[in-house]
Design a protein around this ligand. Sequence first.
Ligand code: TRP
Length: 335
Amino acid sequence: MEITLTGITTTGTPHLGNYVGAILPAIEASRCRDVQSFYFLADYHALVKCQDPALVHRSRLEVAATWLALGLDVENVIFYAQTDIPEILELTWILTCVTAKGLMNRAHAYKAAVAENLADPDKDPDKGVTMGLFCYPILMAADILMFKANKIPVGKDQVQHLEMARDIAARFNYLYGEHFVLPEAVVDEKAAVLVGLDGRKMSKSYGNTIPLFEPEKVLRKLIMRIKTNSLPPEAPKDPDTCTLFQIYQAFATSEESAAMRARYAQGIGWGEMKQILFEYLNSRLSESRQRYRELLEKPDYVEQVLKQGAARAREYSAPFLQELRRAVGIRPLGG
Ligand code: TRP
């Protein structure tokens, strides 16, 4: 049986780029009956990047509400918060004790932090590097190995973390017997990568995002701010280098996109195109935005959905952790 698992780091508010690149494909996959899927809020991972308690708290609610508003099938998928599964942290420690420091030294995110520090005048490689950042891949390995997940849909930036999870699992299996399944990364090459307001990849770290469920007025304002070139309305335009078209295309059917390409060839004014894009997105998002707003008003309900998911997840994690503790020699003294 295929077991898939996806973690969503709860830092910030979900935006259009997250939606087309990750959320939408995952929600579609969540309806598939012959796969067992685990989707979770990676809220312990969030602490590595964000030490503002109010933001962490808010983002957990926003991310959970977003997925529910967009129609995640929580009967089929097991949907929970990582922090509701205490066994994940216990496993993290057990794995930490079989993970070579040298393996963690090679992690891209850690190496990038060190390289940036060395470019600084005071050349302290450790500046701002917490053990959370350094050990991040071990926590991620625990998320995955805990549920014997074999297929992990991730972006390219996470492929190395999956290789590390395999290495760690193999090391444990070598020392203590075959307990873990070796997971595989599944990289969706077709997943759309959206461009942001300034023409770079839409990403929270560039501050160029369009949040998914802003009120209509804000959505309109943000779309009006998208950077375009200075061609006059009647000039033919290239859709493939145009942010407006790229966002439109990520949502539209192929017929709609083809029709829009034809309009670009004839010449379309940027003001008009922005208006069209706004109306199109607004109509696509308004129903789920309404549901999202309602869920934000009912945090106790969202919490309860997560707790139910956690109870289901723990049916797997609690007995498996007992098995693993025994495997390493932690068991009743008389037993
Ligand atoms: N590190 C992932 C990211 O930043 C999030 C994540 C945490 C994750 N645990 C995971 C993804 C387990 C897949 C499986 O996107």
